[in-house]
Design a protein around this ligand. Structure first.
Ligand SMILES: [Zn+2]
Length: 271
């Protein structure tokens, strides 16, 4: 009895350690920075003129800042209550990926499609940059679908040999119709059928922490709807610019795409 209780305790400690995202100050990573005692009011933190997430960690305030993929290694400056604080960004080499896409219009859109893409970009950017001032506890996420995760975040992509922006999410392999679950509580801030992303849902988890789900076969939620952890957002599909069914899962902090692998709890961990 005693032994099994001890074993269980060890498991819980290990799971907690695995679930705590680490300071990963690389392009596409997350800087977790001590910004003072929580005996004082929560400081305001900005990076690149955008407000950043600040959460309580025991008796300290921690800023949790997404680092853009195109950041050069070296010092970046946060503004903490208006005072500069430097963070050193390390180098990270992302791989290259070459894809062949059959639908040529998804590679070289015509003017009407470019207009549509521009309109959709505004809606998506607005949802990704939303900042709702609510307390946020930790940044760990439960997996939105079970399935093999690719390590594709940050890939420098070429579609039919034409360079495109780097891959800003994680692709999780799953068959069409697999339910997609909210990885934590939030509010749905955008839904739509977009040119590149197909059927898409964007969820605001507070203080600029935002998740995005693309290429869905169906959408089960509406804009403005609160969702709880585990609630069904829709189903995996192959809509938009894809080569087959999968979930494109994006995680954003201060309007910046960060590697979902940093915040996803591992499948082995209890949820
Ligand atoms: Zn993707």
């Amino acid at each position: 009895m005693m032994r099994s209780t001890l074993f269980l305790l060890c498991l819980i400690v290990a799971a907690t350690a695995a679930a705590a995202p680490e300071h990963s100050p690389r392009p596409g990573g997350i800087a977790i920075v001590d910004v003072g005692t929580s005996k004082l009011p929560k400081p305001s933190v900005h990076y690149d003129s955008k407000p950043a997430l600040v959460l309580r960690n025991l008796d300290r305030w921690n800023a949790v800042v997404g680092i853009p993929l195109d950041t050069q290694p070296g010092a970046i400056s946060l503004l903490v209550n208006g005072i500069e604080m430097d963070v050193t960004v390390t180098d990270h080499a992302y791989a290259e990926q070459r894809l062949t896409v059959k639908n040529q219009s998804h590679v070289t859109p015509d003017q009407a499609q470019l207009d549509r893409i521009g309109r959709e970009r505004k809606i998506i950017d607005s949802a990704l940059n939303r900042f709702r001032e609510v307390p946020v506890e930790g940044i760990s996420l439960a997996p939105p679908v079970d399935g093999p995760r690719s390590s594709s975040f940050g890939l420098r992509r070429f579609f039919n040999d034409q360079p495109r922006s780097p891959h800003k999410g994680m692709d999780i392999a799953a068959s069409t119709g697999t339910p997609i679950k909210a990885p934590r509580d939030g509010i749905v801030t955008a839904t739509g059928d977009y040119f590149f992303n197909g059927n898409t849902v964007i969820v605001d988890h507070g203080q600029g922490y935002v998740t995005m789900y693309c290429h869905m076969s169906e959408i089960a939620v509406a804009e403005g709807q609160p969702v709880a952890t585990g609630e069904i957002l829709g189903a995996v599909g192959a809509t938009g610019r894809v080569t087959g069914p999968h979930l494109h899962f994006g995680t954003y902090l201060n309007g910046t795409a960060v590697d979902p692998a940093v915040v996803l709890i591992t499948p082995e961990s209890p949820r």
